[in-house]
Ligand binder design. Structure first.
Ligand code: DUC
Ligand code: ZN
Ligand code: ZN
Length: 487
C-alpha cells in the first residue's frame, strides 16, 4: 500500500526555508511530506530537477462579470480557470460586483452559482461595493465577512461604480470593524472627467490619447486621497493596479507615516507601454485599460517596487473582452473614442510566465521575490495564510512544476483561453509551468488538461492578520465599535 496519495520526485522545492532538493508528497489534498527519498505514492510524477513552486494566487481578476457599461466579460469560470491553471495559477480571486440599486448579498449568491462546478482551480470572491446602503453596510457586509468574504473593493472613479468620500469612509469604517482588507481603485474621477470632456471637444478622441486622459497625476492624487481616508479610519488598504512611480512613491511615504498601505501591480504595467496605444487599425483597443499603460521609466520603478517589497501583490487584473463581436472591444465601432472602449486586458495564463521570464530570468527579481508577490503575500493579505501560497506541511497541495528552460513564443493559438487575441502576441518567454496540481489533483500536465470537471472549491477566507486593528489609530480617532473615542 502506498504511503501517500501523490509524490512529486526529484525537484528543487521552494519552501519557506529556501530551496530543498527532493520530493514533495500529498495526502487528502494537503502537503504531507517534503524530503529526500520519500516512500511511495499512489501516483508519482518525476519533476526531473525542475523547480517546484507554490501555485500562484491571482488576487485580482474579473470573470463572468457584468460591467457597469453593460458589456459582459468574455469568459465563464471554466474558460477562465483552465488557462489560469495552464499558467500556474491555482487560486483565483475574482469579484462579486454589486451594481447600484441591487443587493450585495444577491450579487454574491449569483457569482457562487456562476462558479459552482465550473472552475478547475480554487477561488474566492472579493466584494465590490457600489451602493453602501444601511442594508449593505450593517447586514450584508458583516454577514458575508463571517462567511469568509473578507475583502471589499471600492472605486474612486467610473460614473457607475465610484463612491463619494462619505460613502467610501462608511465602507472603510465597516471594514475596520469587520477586519477586512479594502482594495481601492485609485484614479481621480472629476479630474479625468473634466479633462476627457475637453479632449473630446478638441478632437483628441483617438485611442492614442487614452494615457493622457487618465494622467499619472490623477493616479497619484487619488492614491494620496485613499491613503488619507485610510489614515482617518485606521484601516489597511491595498491600492490595486499601481501603474506609476508617482503612485508608488505615495504608498512608500504613507508607510513611513504608519499607514498600512499595500500595493499591487500587474503584468501589463511591466511589459507593455503607452506606445502600444499607437497601433493602427483599432489594434490599440487591445491595450486600453485603466489606469492606462505608461512608459519605461514607470516600468522600471514598478520592477524595483516588486524587488524591494513596496509592491506586495502581482495580479493579472484579467478583464477580457473579445476584439470582435457585440460585447467586444469594437462594440462601439471602429472609430470609438478612447472612453468608449471596454477597458481591460486578458492575462490569466500569461501572468506568471511573464513575471518569471522578465523578472527572475532577467535578474530583476529573485526567486523569493517571485514567490512572495505571486503566492505568499496575496495569501497573507487576503486571509489564506497557511493554506494557500506556500509549500509547507498541512498547506493545500497546490503545487506547480516549472520547466525553467522551456521557451515559448506567446500567441493566441498557444494559449488555452477562448479569446480572439492576446496583447502579448509574439513575445518570447523562457520558463513555463509543466504541471499544475490543485489540492494534490493533477489539473494539467505537459500541455494536457486532466480536470474534466470543475473541482475547484469556493474558499472561506479568514479575516486577514493585516486587517487586525493596531489599537493605535494614526489620527487618534477610533471607530471600531461605532462609538467615537479620541485618545
Ligand atoms: N480597469 C479596471 O479598473 N478594471 C478592469 C479593467 C481595467 O482596465
Ligand atoms: Zn480597477
Ligand atoms: Zn480590475
Amino acid at each position: 500500500m502506498a504511503d501517500f496519495d501523490l509524490v512529486v520526485r526529484n525537484g528543487r522545492i521552494f519552501t519557506p526555508d529556501g530551496l530543498v532538493e527532493g520530493d514533495i508528497a500529498s495526502t487528502g489534498g494537503v502537503i504531507a511530506a517534503i524530503g529526500k527519498g520519500l516512500p511511495s505514492g499512489r501516483r508519482e510524477l518525476d519533476a526531473e530537477g525542475h523547480l517546484i513552486l507554490p501555485g500562484g494566487i491571482d488576487a485580482h481578476c474579473h470573470i463572468d462579470q457584468l460591467t457597469s457599461t453593460g458589456a459582459r466579460t468574455a469568459d465563464t469560470f471554466r474558460s477562465a480557470s483552465i488557462p489560469a491553471a495552464f499558467g500556474g495559477t491555482t487560486t483565483l480571486m475574482p469579484f462579486a460586483v454589486q451594481h447600484r440599486g441591487t443587493s450585495l448579498r444577491a450579487a454574491v449568491e449569483d457569482y457562487k452559482v456562476r462558479a459552482a462546478g465550473q472552475s478547475v482551480v480554487d477561488y474566492a470572491f472579493h466584494l465590490i461595493v457600489t451602493d453602501p446602503t444601511p442594508q449593505t453596510l450593517e447586514t450584508d457586509i458583516p454577514a458575508l465577512a463571517a462567511e469568509g468574504f473578507t475583502s471589499v473593493k471600492i472605486y474612486l472613479t467610473y460614473d457607475a461604480l465610484r463612491l463619494d468620500d462619505r460613502s467610501a469612509l462608511d465602507v472603510l469604517a465597516v471594514a475596520r470593524r469587520e477586519q477586512m482588507m479594502v482594495m481601492i481603485h485609485a484614479e481621480s474621477h472629476d479630474l479625468i472627467a473634466w479633462l476627457t470632456e475637453r479632449m473630446l471637444g478638441h478632437g483628441y478622441g483617438d485611442l492614442k490619447y487614452l494615457s493622457r486622459s487618465r494622467p499619472i497625476i490623477a493616479e497619484r492624487d487619488a492614491t494620496h486621497h485613499a491613503i488619507t481616508m485610510a489614515e482617518l479610519i485606521d484601516v489597511p488598504i491595498l491600492i490595486v493596479h499601481v501603474s506609476s512611480k508617482d503612485a508608488l512613491e505615495q504608498i512608500r511615504w504613507s508607510r513611513t507615516e504608519g499607514v498600512r498601505t499595500y500595493a499591487e501591480t500587474c503584468p501589463q504595467y511591466l511589459v507593455l507601454s503607452e506606445e502600444d496605444l499607437d497601433r493602427p487599425d483599432f489594434e490599440a483597443a487591445k491595450y486600453c485599460c485603466s489606469p492606462p499603460l505608461r512608459d519605461q521609466r514607470h516600468q522600471k520603478a514598478l520592477w524595483k517596487g516588486l524587488a524591494d517589497g513596496s509592491i506586495d501583490v502581482y495580479s493579472s487584473d484579467h478583464s477580457a473582452f473579445f476584439f470582435e463581436g457585440p460585447d467586444g472591444k469594437m462594440r462601439n465601432g471602429k472609430n470609438a473614442a478612447f472612453n468608449k472602449v471596454p477597458y481591460g486586458l486578458p492575462g490569466l495564463e500569461t501572468r506568471l510566465p511573464l513575471l518569471f521570464s522578465e523578472g527572475v530570468g532577467k535578474g530583476r527579481l529573485s526567486l523569493g521575490d517571485f514567490v512572495r508577490v505571486t503566492a505568499e503575500r496575496p495569501a497573507e493579505l487576503y486571509g489564506l495564510q497557511g493554506r494557500k501560497g506556500i509549500l509547507a506541511l498541512g498547506a493545500d497541495a497546490d503545487i506547480v512544476v516549472w520547466n525553467e528552460k522551456k521557451r515559448v513564443r506567446i500567441g493566441k493559438d498557444t494559449l488555452h483561453d477562448e479569446l480572439d487575441y492576446t496583447p502579448y502576441e509574439g513575445m518570447q518567454v523562457e520558463g513555463w509551468p509543466q504541471t499544475t496540481l490543485v489540492r494534490g489533483e493533477i489539473v494539467c500536465h505537459r500541455g494536457e488538461l486532466f480536470a474534466d470537471t470543475g473541482g475547484g472549491r469556493l474558499l472561506v477566507c479568514a479575516r486577514p492578520n493585516a486587517a487586525k486593528p493596531t489599537g493605535q489609530p494614526v489620527t487618534g480617532f477610533d471607530v471600531t465599535d461605532n462609538t467615537m473615542k479620541f485618545r
